[in-house]
Write a protein that binds this ligand. Structure first.
Ligand code: NJP
Length: 253
């Protein structure tokens, strides 16, 4: 299978489940070799078993960028998807511990910046590459209880705007994807409590996006001609508006 723009190797962070696993699965299906980063070896191994040898597990904490780069030594990375992220808890900033606030920023903002800092020089030298940063509608709308997470995602979004100046003329593309609600375990971890009830409310009574919708969006941007660079995409389900502040009750046809 010939890849668009000669891209062969991708790195997807947070590939053990959810959106990252769907992206990895899609890129492998389209013919790419995907290095999937996450802390959970079991999740990555299960995906490798399912999709085959073109998916290569890289068990690492995304905050340890040098460990990841050591594992990827010699790989010409054409596509980087900074997807690993977490909301942590949903509560006022003053109720978070100092450690929790710091961890949210380290995961959602510092790690993607550090990974881009290390991966972009190779892309620029080869004049070939595409970086995706998964941000959030929480970085654009006001969702109470998400102060540190929203700040990290808004910060990553602004970093993309500034980085595009550095990248102008380099032949390297940079796309921010800001999804609204996607059906993964993301919220279940953050809200705690009755996960079956929460799942019913978040994903059935109100319709959400699927991880595959986000993977298809990434593929659509990737498969454009190399000079066409989509800067940002906000994607929501048709039942959602205003960055998650408004949900219509789902009306099935
Ligand atoms: O999250 P989830 P999603 N080092 O919880 C990994 C954004 N987003 O797929 O390490 C390395 O199902 C974790 O693996 P593990 C969101 O902010 C989502 O929904 O094994 N990896 C797992 O693979 C995030 O940026 C929604 O625990 C680490 C993955 O990250 C992206 O979309 C809405 C790690 C998380 O899987 C994917 O979220 C929105 C670490 N330190 C934005 N920590 C949504 N779902 O509705 C975590 O606006 N991971």
């Amino acid at each position: 299978m010939s890849m668009p723009n000669g891209y062969r190797n991708a790195v997807v962070t947070g590939a053990s489940r959810g959106i990252g696993a769907a992206i990895a699965r899609r890129l492998v299906a389209e013919g790419m070799t995907v290095h999937g980063v996450a802390r959970s070896g079991d999740g990555l191994a299960a995906l490798a078993q399912d999709v085959g040898p073109a998916f290569i597990p890289c068990v690492a904490d995304v905050r340890d960028v040098e460990a990841i780069m050591a594992r990827l030594d010699g790989v010409e990375i054409d596509v980087l998807v900074n997807n690993a992220g977490a909301l942590s808890s949903v509560r006022p900033l003053v109720e978070q511990s100092a450690e929790e606030t710091e961890a949210v920023i380290a995961l959602n903002l510092t790690a993607p910046l550090q990974l881009m800092r290390r991966v972009l020089p190779g892309m620029i030298a080869r004049q070939r590459g595409h970086v995706f940063n998964l941000t959030s509608t929480a970085g654009r709308a006001v969702l109470p209880g998400t102060t540190a997470y929203a700040a990290a995602k808004a910060g990553l979004s602004q970093a993309c705007h500034v980085l595009r100046h550095d990248l102008a003329g380099a032949g390297v593309r940079l796309t921010e994807i800001a999804p609204a609600r996607v059906e993964t375990d993301f919220y279940l971890d953050s809200f705690g409590g009755d996960s079956a009830g929460l799942r019913e409310k978040l994903f059935t009574t109100q319709r959400a996006l699927t991880p595959e919708d986000v993977a298809a969006t990434i593929w659509a941007a990737l498969s454009l001609p190399a000079h066409a660079d989509i800067s940002e995409i906000v994607i929501t389900s048709t039942d959602q508006a205003a960055g998650g502040q408004v949900f219509a009750q789902h009306r099935s046809s």
